[in-house]
Design a protein around this ligand. Sequence first.
Ligand code: FE2
Length: 196
Amino acid sequence: MARGGAAGRTSVSTSKKRTSAATGRGSDAMAKKSLPAGIGDDAIVMLKADHKVVEGLFKQFEKSGNDPSGKRAIVDQVIKELTTHVYIEETLFYPTAREAAPDTAEHVLESIEEHHVVVWMMSELASTDTSDERFDAKMSVLMENVRHYVQEEEKEWFPQVRKAMGRAALQHLGARMAAAKSQAPADPLELLSADA
Ligand SMILES: [Fe+2]
């Protein structure tokens, strides 16, 4: 299963940097090497990459037909990816974005309510058997909600946050978000928005 996200990208860029350093070529790698400690992938680039990973899994689910074990594996991966994504958004990205761009407050609050629905649907999907006639219906509603929320984030308010924060601050935030990924809970109901 394809797995993108920050970890994958970091390892690619690290190996690229090593190769470039060894050959003495690659201005991107050298520029990255000179950045201060704590600078990572841009936070918004990282969140958009997560969205792509999840959309890829949704497409796999839509093509999975009548394959219960395949569906289970895809949905479990969706729950894992989205729980981690929501965790870093709620603990780091949203509070920082709201402070940097106060005009986004309404969007942030709406996104938390959307997370609330998604989090409870993920919790139900985790304990619903793929043979249950409601399983596909639950997954369809989850996908609709996530696709809607991704559109809102990417089109309506991430650009405002980018403008307010600038690239360097987004890279620092990205580094903190990448480090926090390993602390994400396994249970979606442990996310802040479960109680929103
Ligand atoms: Fe998101």
